[in-house]
Design a protein around this ligand. Structure first.
Ligand code: KIV
Ligand code: ZN
Length: 497
């Protein structure tokens, strides 16, 4: 079996997605879960981009033991200096530097020439080598880069000391056979290619990220860059869980990883919960319907023999169909166990706080599911916000105008307002706007029930525009009007300091 290295970029390419930003504590939680999952490399951030990113790379470096911690840079000396500083506590460290190599990037982004870009690439690798042994180089937009020029760049950076060369399909443009041919061309034509590992980094703009990644592996790439749930810029990156399960289902490929697939479901829920990014119901491997058989013919077949319609055993990805159902009668131990299966380890006072919130929710809702539990574990984040709801009362119905009265606590001081609206959410938001007198526009508003049942928790995602910037807000409550106001306030809290 050939070993394939898993490079996870959930905390860098994934976290770049608007609305998915995590604080340092949350990033450490995800990094520890990635370590438990068995990834080889964690791309922890882009240190020069912000003090927050710098600090996260420092703290993840301290918290994680065996995976390599990687920091992204542009092919610029200052970026590389800052990345090296951020990585100083990492036990195993890598600098990931690079530059655009397609004609689009060379002409329009850099107003430069192929020769000059090649020189800058080599200089960046040599500079990074002064700090770390392990240097990865990315040829941005390699998907649209001419293969002959790409081979020149790859050869030069390997000669300069790059240990890994990343061939990103930055725009998600390639067809699987084209991407596979690209990797094969490099394997066949780059002198010294065996002194480094070629890496895939595929975006999903045309829904081909996973297929392209597999084509790359079939042609010699031995590192894949992936994210949990496939999150990432625009349509996302190749999803880790898909690659791990493809290799598990297709042993004939003779490729192995160190991923403990039974931890996939837990980390998928954790990342989705922390980033407020729902997983689509029919998402391969981790979607709610991935193992749900609804048609009579399928149900009958699965009952006779699971393998009639299932190529994967749900327990292989950590879906425990016999997991204990949590209800108002469940104790702390059951809650703690469920959270740990989902990758969240809590003890002492923190567990007590979550348990109290759990009992309150269980009073309103019969069965508590995994998403509910993860929401409760993350609730502390919203409770520490500057603006909070004190009370909310809404009357609405058919043939009457909706009326809302709202009390807010702003830095501990109480404010009240009442308003009439076209519906309960409209009335509540009008009351909110009487208290928070800023120019702001609601641009997007989605309500989602987590599972089934009229007692379910409703999740609300909002985009609120203020001063030309869009802020993302999230709320979750069994009362969807309250969830909507929570989401609006969550967005406002980001610009009212
Ligand atoms: O998609 C891309 O090209 C990237 C690079 C910065 C590696 O994310
Ligand atoms: Zn990318």
């Amino acid at each position: 079996m050939d070993r394939l290295y898993i490079f996870d970029t959930t905390l860098r390419d994934g976290e770049q997605v608007p609305g998915c930003q995590l604080n340092t504590i949350e990033k450490i939680q995800v990094a520890k879960a990635l370590e438990g999952l068995g990834v080889d490399v964690i791309e922890a951030g882009f240190p020069i981009s912000s003090p927050g990113d710098f600090n996260s790379v420092v703290e993840i470096s301290k918290a994680v033991t065996w995976p390599t911690i990687c920091a992204l840079t542009r092919g610029v000396q200052k970026d590389i200096d800052v990345a090296a500083e951020a990585l100083k506590y990492a036990k195993n460290k890598r600098i990931h530097t690079g530059i655009g190599t397609s004609d689009f990037h060379i002409k329009h982004k850099f107003n430069s020439t192929q020769d000059e870009i090649l020189e800058r690439a080599v200089a960046a690798v040599k500079h990074a080598k002064k700090y770390v042994e392990d240097v990865e180089f990315y040829c941005e937009d390699a998907g649209r880069t001419d293969n002959v020029y790409l081979a020149r760049v790859v050869e030069a950076v390997i000669k300069a000391g790059a240990t890994v060369v990343n061939i990103p399909d930055t725009t998600g443009y390639c067809l699987p056979w084209q991407y596979g041919e690209k990797i094969k061309f490099l394997m066949d034509n780059v002198k010294g290619v065996h002194n480094a590992i070629l890496s895939t980094h595929c975006h999903n703009d045309l829904g081909m990220a996973t297929a392209n990644t597999i084509a790359g592996v079939q042609n010699g790439a031995r590192q894949v860059e992936v994210t949990i749930n496939g999150i990432g810029e625009r349509a996302g990156n190749t999803s880790l869980e898909e690659i791990a399960m493809i290799l598990k289902c297709h042993k004939s490929m003779n490729i192995e990883t160190q991923i403990n697939t039974q931890k996939i479901y837990g980390i998928s829920r954790m990342v989705s919960g922390l980033m407020n990014m729902p997983v689509q119901a029919n998402k391969a491997v981790v979607g709610r319907n991935a193992f749900a058989h609804s048609s009579g013919i399928h149900q009958d077949g699965v009952l006779k023999n699971r393998e009639s319609y299932e190529i994967m055993d749900p327990t292989d990805v950590g879906i425990d169909k016999n997991s204990i159902v949590l209800t108002a009668r469940s104790g702390r131990a059951a809650l703690k166990h469920r959270l740990s299966v989902l990758g969240v380890n809590v003890e002492g006072d923190h567990l007590d706080t979550i348990y109290e919130a759990f009992l309150k929710l269980a009073d309103k809702k019969k069965d508590i599911n995994d998403d509910d539990v993860l929401l409760l574990a993350g609730k502390e984040r919203t409770e520490k916000q500057r603006i909070q709801i004190d009370y909310l009362q809404v009357t609405s119905g058919v043939g009457v105008k909706s009326v809302a009265s709202l009390g807010l606590l702003i830095a501990g001081e109480k404010f009240e307002a009442a308003a009439v609206g076209n519906g309960p959410v409209d009335a509540a938001i009008k009351a909110l706007k009487q208290i928070i007198k800023r120019t702001m526009t609601l641009q997007e508003f989605t309500i989602q029930a987590i599972s089934k049942g009229s007692d379910d928790v409703g999740k609300v995602h909002m985009q609120v525009e203020h001063d030309g910037i869009v802020y993302y807000g999230f709320g979750a409550n069994t009362d969807i009007v309250a969830a909507s106001v929570e989401a609006y306030i969550n967005a406002i809290n980001q610009f009212v300091k």
